[in-house]
Ligand binder design. Structure first.
Ligand SMILES: [Zn+2]
Length: 493
């Protein structure tokens, strides 16, 4: 049984003007053929695929392409063309396949192509023909589209946020093997919802998201149901087919698939007002709460500059109030600032210089002029042990002393500083700090064990929770909450 493997993932933020290029994919590892097994065996969805096939002597893994880039602006055309040509060539070289495990993000857009993932599904389907099962696994923040559903044999998605991407890889691979072994002919039913929501209620460990995801797990336990995938689409994708969705795959019973889809869509719609609840704190209140915290490390989540949601990581919005509060020392602040990194490397360790921090890439923020001392300089690839990746290229890095803050300026976004290992790589122990800024609204799992408090701060930026403030152009209207809709079936979809 020859089972192909393709992993292509990038989550696009339409409001981040910096295009994602091939360099961004290379920074996270772009591999073809057997190199995928050597380089990616221990992490992410590819690791999950290998976990399963290792125990299945009958299954011959046929790795084709692995391309991952951190969330960001739309892919430029050259990157899309490159990925497409490598996919075509890889599928051709792979020879006949019995099935394909197709691991995509599902919310990737490119210059001139609002649905990169749908395009990849269609390309694979055209190459393999109608009979070869394609099990499509997606991030649950995907924007499910018609092309994806039409090309896929079965659809699975992450079940938790923070995501367990390795588990999704295992699930989809087990399902691929089962479909082949039992010669199943699955059917997929689906529905789009005219619904968007910011990310603050996205964690799946509490209501309302937990209520929705728990229902999907309950329906999956029914006989003949292969997968129930619920898609609270990431909220910064401005494309014509945007919106939340549900997809249910059964072993052939269409009526049962449709029933489960309706059940899950109705439940999400009934919770739509709860999904809009905002609980990130205004900046002043966040600092007051941080001051009251017991001794130890306080984490501040810079919600508007969420790097894993596609923001540029160049916001100085939390650095500015830190500089005005000497009692926050030592405060650790990551920022993407290529020009400052360049200047620091030219000046050398120990140098004192005036630097401009912030707003360099996104165009969202007023730059901050600071007096800095260069503590340390570094290069490139840093071991982070985050779950989808073990090494992340941050470009060149400069560790800067700026008032009460230690600023880690980098050329690339990395993972938004979500892992304490980033600081340890430069000789800084986060446990000894008072504050640390993370460019995230949800991925606190690596810092939580060493923090006395975690505070999400309502900051501006390309990943803002204030969806109505974003310059939407392409989403289908009407869509809640941008438009008042009571009956979703009356919304002409
Ligand atoms: Zn996601």
């Amino acid at each position: 049984m020859r089972l192909g493997l393709i992993h292509v993932a990038q989550e696009t933020c339409s409001f981040d003007p910096t295009p994602t290029t091939l360099d961004d994919f290379r920074a996270f590892g772009l591999h073809e053929g057997s190199a995928i097994l050597e380089r990616c065996a221990e992490a992410g969805e590819v690791g999950g695929f290998l976990d399963v096939v290792r125990d299945e002597p009958e299954v011959e893994p046929v790795p084709i392409l692995r391309a991952f880039a951190v969330a960001g602006g739309p892919l430029d055309r050259a990157t899309l063309d490159f990925l497409e040509s490598r996919l075509r060539e890889g599928l051709r070289r792979a020879g006949p396949l019995d099935g394909l495990a197709l691991q995509l993000h599902g919310a990737c857009a490119a210059e001139g192509e609002p649905d990169v993932d749908g395009r990849i599904v269609a390309l694979c389907r055209a190459h393999l023909g109608p009979a070869v099962p394609i099990v499509l696994s997606l991030d649950h923040h995907a924007n499910l589209t018609r092309r994806m559903v039409e090309g896929a044999t079965a659809i699975v998605a992450h079940r938790t946020q923070p995501h367990d991407v390795r588990e999704t890889g295992r699930l989809a691979t087990r399902l691929s093997i089962r479909i082949l072994r039992e010669r199943l002919r699955p059917v997929v039913a689906w529905e789009k919802l005219p619904l968007l929501a910011h990310q603050e209620q996205f964690p799946t460990d509490r209501a309302p998201m937990k209520v929705w995801f728990d229902r999907a797990r309950a329906l999956e336990a029914e006989p003949g149901v292969l997968a129930c995938a619920t898609f609270p689409m990431q909220p910064w994708l401005d494309v014509p087919e945007a919106g939340w969705a549900v997809a249910v795959t059964t072993a052939g019973d269409r009526a049962s698939a449709e029933r489960s889809v309706r059940d899950l869509a109705d439940l999400a719609w009934s919770l739509r007002h709860e999904f809009q609840r905002r609980d990130a704190m205004p900046i002043d209140r966040a600092f007051e709460r941080a001051e009251r915290a017991p001794p130890g490390l306080v984490v501040l989540g810079d919600v508007g500059d969420t790097v894993l949601g596609g923001a540029a990581g160049d916001s100085p919005v939390l650095l500015e109030p830190i500089l005005a509060r000497p009692n926050t020392a030592p405060a650790l602040v990551p920022i993407v600032a290529p020009a400052a990194v360049h200047a620091a490397h030219r000046a050398g360790p120990g140098a004192r210089l005036e630097l401009v921090l912030g707003g360099e890439l996104s165009g969202f923020f007023r730059p901050l002029v600071v007096e800095a001392r260069v503590r340390r300089l570094g290069e490139g690839r840093i071991r982070l042990a985050i779950q989808w990746q073990d090494v992340v290229d941050h470009g060149r890095v400069a560790l800067l002393e700026v008032g009460p803050a230690l600023v880690l300026a980098s050329e690339r976004r990395g993972a938004g500083g979500v892992s304490p290992e980033l600081w340890r790589a430069f000789g800084v122990e986060p446990r000894d700090a008072r504050l640390v800024v993370l460019k995230t609204a949800a991925n606190f799992q690596y810092f939580r064990p060493i923090a006395v408090d975690v505070i999400r701060v309502d900051t501006p930026g390309p990943a803002t929770s204030d969806l109505a403030s974003l310059p939407w152009k392409h989403v289908p209207r009407p869509i809640f909450p941008l438009d008042p809709i009571e009956d979703r079936r009356g919304s002409a979809r």
